[in-house]
Design a protein. Structure first.
Length: 220
């Protein structure tokens, strides 16, 4: 797999709490140079990046990273992100609802965020490290029913990131229209290729340029 074939599947990511404008600009310049699928950045940077990088596909996060903010807050975040120039939204579900067995609430929340960013790509982060296999399977159906574009493994801020068994589970239990994004703990070019070959259409990492141009990284 060539670097060009990989870069077009990368969400080039910087979401740390102390991300500076200089670091964000460098990320965006790299994304333009290497033609990544998107940059995934904090929402506070969406508007200025949209102004400065006219043809760059911008992804941002909603309810990130813990997911337990109220639904109306997530809806507002999604609406404002789109108005600011985001073309893709990565939302975190309320894992508390899942653990309480309130799957109807999870479904409704995703539907409301889907409506708030209508016409844009919606990725739903289920944070697999906290879930049982049964919960993951149930969420595959919910993400499909809600009309999301992607199911995503992880925020990169949980106790662990993407694992291959979850990609395989997603492939088996999501609907035909739902793609897969793997994120968190992806440390080598070989890791990236393995996840793509397993069925991931997007890879979220802060380290793509370093990984694909030499060296290794701790990943995002």
């Amino acid at each position: 797999m060539t670097n060009e074939e990989i870069f077009c599947k990368i969400d080039h990511t910087l979401l740390k709490a102390v991300s500076s404008r200089e670091e964000i600009n460098l990320l965006c310049e790299e994304a333009v140079k290497y033609k990544t699928a998107s940059v995934c950045i904090p929402q506070c940077y969406v508007k200025p990046v949209s102004n400065d990088f006219k043809n760059l596909n911008i992804c941002t996060v909603v309810g990130f990273p813990l997911g337990y903010s109220i639904t109306s807050s997530k809806v507002l975040e999604a609406e404002r992100a789109v108005l600011s120039g985001a073309g893709e939204i990565d939302m975190v579900i309320n894992i508390c609802d899942v653990k309480n067995g309130d799957f109807d609430f999870t479904l409704e929340e995703i539907k409301l965020v889907r409506k708030a960013c209508s016409g844009k790509i919606l990725k739903v982060i289920i944070e697999t490290c906290y879930l049982t296999s049964e919960e993951k399977i149930r969420l595959c159906g919910i993400v499909t029913e809600a009309g999301a574009d992607y199911i995503k493994t992880s925020t990169g801020f949980g106790t662990s990131g993407a694992v291959l068994s979850d990609i395989e589970l997603f492939k088996k239990h999501t609907g035909a229209g739902v793609k897969i994004k793997a994120a968190g703990g992806i440390k080598t070019k070989e890791d990236i290729e393995t996840f793509i070959n397993a069925g991931a259409s997007r890879i979220g990492t802060s380290s793509a340029v370093k990984l694909l141009t030499g060296g290794s990284s701790e990943g995002y």
